[in-house]
Write a new protein. Structure first.
Length: 441
């Protein structure tokens, strides 16, 4: 636990992002959906009526900065915690002091950066003091708090979702930084709008990355006396590869695989290839992607195109054989095929409908006529009695019942007319018509 750490800085060695960090709401860039005039979070901060809350958003969107602004404006004591050095005993010791302060009318706000890194026991240590009102908790996280914050603690916090900054936000932030006397003292920076826009695009919504890139650009700029000029040529080596926001184990992982799946389902081949490319650029395991494509081939295409599953199995094997980056074209081939293939979820619907019956009904005994009878006793108990061998009949069909009596008439597979599935639909209709003619005889 560290008190007052938010304000400690050595200007000579502090990164640019910290040197120009906004001190007030008027300097803060972005998040107008929360901080615009009349918006709830702005009003709460300006009136010093801070509830326990969680700031959830991608890196570099202002979560810690908002906590610092609150620290400067609140009349409460302000403490910050780090998961690295916050033992349970330390947390409880400070919480007891906060409770004592509350009894004499003093408020305490506790800021927990990267709260998702706190284990369950550490989070639980805060809970009773949040419940009693001894402290106001402010947590910041890049991970989905639904999964990373204890449900009891989460239920007592207001969650504010911070969005990635737009390119215009980043441009405004960079221009604001260049005008800040703390940014680059004793030198004059010459940089055009085109160069600023290039940095903003590269930053991908991350203010910290934008400012770090600007700082590196200044170090690599053309220096003439006390003037440093930044050109696109200077920037080229810094922005030749964009950082891709993708966490293989986090919320963005599930968001993007969902986007890929639903784009293919919607037959939007270009969107599907884009989301696939995001996953590959983020370092996703190609075998994970290939497994998801195998699932999609049956869940969303099924018998409408029986080659889809074959193709996906082949692509999975190609990914095993080649690995990245060589197997990227195979994944794109599979995603393209699946996107353009006719769609049917009839197999998936049959799967879920049958599973529902299995859960909702008793375990029905197998009808005697379709049980095997390898022993004399089984034969004496009528196992296999009246069994009809379909291959011995002209139509390869019999009137023998194979469904439990209580489930007779239950239908699971309802084929569509998409792609090749119309052939299966026609065959099923032929079988049903045969039974209508023969079962009553």
């Amino acid at each position: 636990m560290e008190q007052g750490s938010l304000f400690t800085a050595d200007t000579a060695s502090t990164p640019l992002a910290n040197r120009v960090r906004p001190q007030t709401l008027s300097q803060f860039v972005g998040q107008q959906q929360l901080l615009g005039p009349g918006k709830i979070l702005r009003d709460l901060i300006e009136h010093d009526q801070i509830p326990s809350m969680i700031f959830w958003g991608p890196p570099g969107v202002g979560k810690t900065t908002l906590a610092e602004i609150i620290a400067r404006q609140t009349k409460a004591s302000f403490l910050s915690f780090s998961a690295v050095d916050s033992s349970i005993s330390k947390i409880k010791k400070i919480m007891r002091q906060a409770e004592a302060d509350r009894e004499i009318g003093s408020r305490t706000i506790v800021f927990v950066d990267e709260i998702h890194r706190f284990n369950k026991a550490q989070q639980d240590a805060f809970l009773p003091y949040v419940e009693q009102g001894s402290i106001t908790l402010i947590g910041a996280t890049t991970e989905n708090p639904s999964f990373e914050v204890n449900s009891a603690l989460l239920s007592r916090c207001k969650v504010f979702v911070l969005k990635a900054l737009t390119t215009d936000d980043i441009v405004q932030l960079l221009q604001q930084a260049l005008q800040d006397p703390q940014a680059f003292p004793k030198v004059t920076i010459k940089i055009g709008n085109q160069e600023i826009k290039a940095i903003a695009n590269f930053a991908n919504g991350d203010a910290r990355m934008a400012l770090n890139t600007l700082e590196m650009a200044v170090l690599n700029g053309d220096k003439s006396g006390e003037t440093i000029t930044i050109t696109l040529d200077n920037l080229q080596q810094l922005i030749n590869r964009k950082f891709v926001l993708y966490d293989k184990n986090g919320d963005e992982h599930y968001n993007i695989i969902s986007a890929l799946h639903k784009s293919m389902r919607n037959s939007d081949v270009d969107a599907a290839i884009y989301w696939l490319s995001r996953m590959m650029a983020g370092g996703e395991d190609p075998l994970y992607i290939a497994r998801r494509l195998v699932r999609f081939a049956s869940e969303d295409i099924g018998l409408a195109d029986t080659n889809a599953l074959n193709l996906c199995i082949n692509v999975f094997q190609a990914c095993q054989f080649l690995g990245m980056p060589e197997c990227n074209v195979h994944l794109v081939e599979a995603v393209t095929y699946l996107s353009l293939a006719p769609k049917s979820n009839a197999i998936y619907q049959a799967t879920t409908a049958a599973a529902k019956d299995v859960q909702a009904t008793i375990d029905e005994p197998v009808p005697l006529q379709i049980r095997n009878a390898p022993t004399k006793l089984m034969k004496e108990l009528d196992y296999g009695k009246n069994y009809e061998y379909a291959h011995d009949t002209k139509d390869k069909l019999t009137t023998m019942k194979t469904m439990p009596d209580s489930l007779a008439g239950h239908t699971y597979y309802e084929p569509t007319t998409q792609g090749h599935e119309d052939r299966f639909k026609a065959r099923l209709e032929q079988i049903k018509e045969w039974h209508r003619e023969h079962d009553s005889k």
